[in-house]
Design a protein around this ligand. Structure first.
Ligand code: HEM
Length: 260
């Protein structure tokens, strides 16, 4: 009797059969089952309305934003292998990356350009959702999730700005955190600061900097925010965002035409 691994393709057929509980076949039912019972394919809806594939409607902006996020995560993790967030080493590590690490400059630039492009694409995605009216019920909750994602995207850019620890970083973050000190309620120089009783030692600028000026504690805080806290929150909210697209009935479409 023939063993499965002696047949052409037999071992692969056995692996497929032990992995997938779905009977083989090309019927609509087995296609849907294959998608919904396989963890990777599960990310795709079993059925995709034709309008949601129209590039002119979505501009692919949400998907491209996500792709760019993945690029920044992968290149960022590689950068972390060479970067130490201390005032003594940070700048020197950037130079080491630029001139000594193989593909270091390429990787650094890829990270930077993907981040810039992500900011543009997320704004574009928001504009498209606004202009197509896709924020309306039942998608209003996902719009709110989106607003938080936009804020996180901007915060990721801002916290990454300090890490090269050069003159541009220092002064950009000095300006940015001084602006935070003037924020309503949360900044000690802003309107209504007295309502919450915030002072120069307890306001949002002090929390960001770990002190009153850009120094070693600020570098460490920005590093942890940039590499751990913000990406984790972003990842969790992206899962929620994509799941909501599904439960809200898939990507919205142009107003339904007769017979669609
Ligand atoms: C990191 C940022 C973001 C990523 C990666 C992302 C990703 C996506 C993707 C892949 C989709 C489905 C396909 C598409 O419409 O292109 C989508 C839909 C949606 N997004 Fe975002 N998004 C982000 C930020 C935002 C922002 C800033 C808003 C609005 C403030 C928003 C609101 C929505 C809404 C309401 C939908 C459903 C649209 C519809 O059904 O037509 N998203 N998002």
């Amino acid at each position: 009797m023939k063993q499965p691994d002696q047949e052409p393709g037999g071992i692969w057929r056995e692996i497929k059969r032990s992995y997938s509980r779905v009977p083989p076949g090309d019927s609509p039912r087995s296609r849907v089952l294959r998608v919904s019972k396989t963890v990777w394919l599960h990310l795709h809806p079993p059925k995709v309305p034709r309008h949601s594939l129209r590039f002119g409607f979505t501009l692919g902006a949400g998907g491209i934003s996500f792709l760019l996020f993945l690029v920044t995560v992968v290149t960022g993790v590689i950068l972390m292998l060479f970067y130490r967030p201390t005032t003594e080493y940070a700048y020197a590590d950037m130079k080491y990356l630029d001139f000594d690490v193989p593909f270091g400059m390429f990787n650094r630039n890829l990270h930077r350009w993907a981040a810039h492009a992500m900011v543009i694409m997320v704004w574009l995605h928001m504009a498209r959702v606004l202009l197509t009216g896709s924020y309306k019920a039942p998608r209003q909750f996902n719009w709110v999730v989106g607003v938080i994602l936009l804020t996180l995207t901007m915060l990721l850019s801002f916290t990454g700005y300090l890490l090269p620890w050069d003159q541009l970083s220092m002064w950009a973050v000095t300006v940015g955190t001084n602006m935070a000190a003037a924020a309503p309620f949360l900044g000690h120089e802003g309107p209504f600061a007295s309502v919450l009783g915030v002072t120069a030692e307890t306001d949002v600028r002090a929390a960001l900097l770990g002190g009153s000026e850009v120094g070693a504690p600020a570098l460490l805080r920005f590093y942890v925010l940039h590499c751990v806290i913000l990406p984790l929150i972003m990842g969790a909210l992206l899962i929620l965002h994509f799941w909501r697209v599904r439960v809200d009935g898939g990507i919205s479409g142009p107003l339904r035409e007769k017979g669609r």
